[in-house]
Design a protein around this ligand. Sequence first.
Ligand code: ZN
Length: 370
Amino acid sequence: MFFYTVSNPNDPLSTEIIKANRRELEFWQSLKPDDNEDLATVINKINARSGLARKFIAACLFSMCMLPHLPKFHELLKDLSHLDMARINTITKTARKIPSEKRALFDAYLVSYLTPTREAQALPQAPSIAAMLRKFIAIQCPPVEAPTVEKPYTIRYRRNKNDSISITVDAAEDEAIEIKTALEHMVKDKDCAPGSALLNLVRGLTTKVVLNTYGAGDCPEYLEGGYWLTAKQQAFWKERVTSFRDMDKAEFAFTDAYAPTPEIRLFVKGKFTTCSVPGCCVDVKNCQLDHIIPWKDGGPTTVWNLHPLCVFHHIQKTEGRLKCYPLPNGDILFIIDGLPITTTPDGPLSRSHRSWGTTFGAYINRQIAA
Ligand SMILES: [Zn+2]
């Protein structure tokens, strides 16, 4: 039987979580306002009695109004009760952007994505869900005429507790990723704070920026950072690709060295979107590659034995406090608190995206100047 670990009927804690999710859904269902009720009054009524944030109340009420328009997903939710309100609200917020003629397709897509396909599968985290929703919009509902200036987009970059920067720009999201990557590279180049990196770029210092894209043939379809490209964006990024790598070969490549080759590294980073520990949301870009079977125990340096771990979890694993094992299908089995839990890779090079074909891979290596 396939199930998410949160739906494990034999685990008392999971059973309680499921009950809590079900109760919460029923609770918000019971508060759904009638069409002619004033929304602000309803929010006031709930806020005064619950202390919940108004924004959260509004999002939950919107979800209750949207779910009947996604009947198959709604049935799945009622059946499994595996999603909490935060995840449901993320999904319904995206559903608002889907034109009505595509809604049935979106409904089926959600059911397919959020139905377990493994035993003891880890529930997808918010960044993975957001990336999958962006993929649907990029492919199925691209803007008819993409505006040159989109809604303001805020770039947040934090090097450590004291060094961070936040910039709001009128740029498309893929352009904002480019700006953020330039800042990150300048910080590394000069070992400076993000604010100083911005100043360096303003003063005309250049830095080498590498942005990886993945796609079939020579067409980029995914920009690192969880961003699926629309057809128009694909055409834009295709012009900027300066070198290609054949990811088919990288999947089965290995090296006798401890450090992975650049191709193996790129494949692993394209296989995941976050740290592979269930529930961890650290972006794969900020993770270190770890040998699942340790190198000192004979674990080879090859794709099936490598996965991304954030610094925190890498230390735990190195200290022997985190146990995991590679599975033949590319999943990773973790044993956490005595329970098995499977991480299913969901990056552009994972098996979930096999429909792309077999010759994946392209990456951009270019110079930018401020
Ligand atoms: Zn982690």
